[in-house]
Design a protein. Sequence first.
Length: 157
Amino acid sequence: MAKRKIDGGFTEPDMTPMIDIVFQLLTFFMIVSNFEDTKADERVKLPKDTLAKPPEVKPKEELVLNVGFIRDSNGAKLSNDPVVFYAGEDIPIEKIKQSLETEKRLFERTGGKGVIKDVSIIIRADSEVPTGLIQRLIRICQEAEFTKFSLKATQED
């Protein structure tokens, strides 16, 4: 009787089910993740306040303006003049009106002529930005016909 030699080589397991599971988990976490703070800029250190609370109703249309300072990797200010971090650019507060006019036209194109009254401007200002400059920013927004505003802060423990 002849003996057959069985190859004792290494066989690789089928990785297809493992890859399927990884992609399903990735999809699950992307769906359940909260993308609420995607408009937040990490360079802005919000002030702390005991009265700060999240809004009860999320605005239908919103425009988030992050106001802060250009800082180095250690957090030290490189300039004492605050800027608006907008669309990947650092725009001085006095020059933001053109960008606001562009946003206004975009809102009107997508939602109609009267939609600008429903747009809430959410200002996320660094705690070191002087209040007078935030008031100036609000005035510039009002000149561009935006009328609803809210300021973000972090709740104190």
